[in-house]
Design a protein around this ligand. Structure first.
Ligand code: ATP
Length: 207
């Protein structure tokens, strides 16, 4: 005997919170360490979109040796060709001057008010977080996502920041190392994406 009660299943659609990764840096030039950060973040955080945001000028880095923004943008686009869900955002370049993360993050919070925002940083940047402009407001708007970097200790993240740590694919490559090799006439194949190595060979910017 059945229950005799018509039972109709109702599916209630609860919209999923969009998960966005923000990856700022000088990208001077972009290298494979950056791409491995992106790969780890996409997978471990299950990101819907990941934005690479090249700084016009970092508040913490000297401008000497900083390649023109137009070149850094072009190398990023070459590096990310075919990377679905990864995008290059040139807003800091368009704003010009010194780039402050809070200005960029405010813009994302305004554009995606219901999204989860994760801000990616290498372990080498964690200690400096309290010095970032409007640190309290920034800490309220994003969760920091710390990526291991060879040679950098993984300690706690300073208050008031919230953070999570990725396993990542630690790779000891840096943009300074790439620039030094170019200056010394050494190849950078294998350290940067092939198309970027080709572009760097052709424009000889860091010589
Ligand atoms: P430079 O050597 O010129 O200081 P960089 O290689 O650190 O540059 P940035 O463009 O300044 O590159 O880095 C952007 C972000 O990516 C930073 O948060 C940095 O910590 C992180 N990052 C860069 N390289 C790596 C790497 N190999 N592993 C993990 N994080 C990295």
């Amino acid at each position: 005997m059945g229950f005799g009660v018509a039972y109709r299943e109702r599916v209630i659609q609860i919209p999923r919170v969009q998960r966005l990764g923000l990856f700022g840096g000088s990208f001077n030039p972009v290298h494979l360490g950056h791409l491995l950060v992106a790969r780890a973040a996409m997978e471990e955080l299950i990101l819907d979109r990941l934005f690479f945001i090249p700084a016009s000028q970092s508040p913490f880095k000297p401008v000497v040796e900083l390649a023109p923004a137009v070149d850094r943008l072009r190398w990023l686009r070459l590096a990310l060709a075919g990377w679905t869900r990864c995008e290059v955002d040139d807003q800091e370049i368009r704003r010009g001057g010194v780039s402050y993360t809070i200005d960029t993050v405010r813009e994302y919070a305004r554009r995606f008010p219901r999204a989860w925002l994760g801000y990616l940083i290498g372990a080498d940047h964690v200690a400096q977080l309290p010095k970032w402009r409007a640190a309290d407001e920034l800490a309220g708007l994003v969760e920091m996502v710390v990526i291991p970097r060879p040679g950098e200790a993984l300690g706690g993240v300073p208050a008031p920041f919230r953070a999570r740590q990725l396993r990542g694919f630690p790779l000891g490559v840096s943009a300074s190392q790439v620039r030094e090799r170019l200056k010394a006439g050494q190849p950078v194949d294998g350290l940067v994406p092939a198309a970027v190595a080709e572009a760097l060979r052709n424009n000889r910017l860091y010589l």
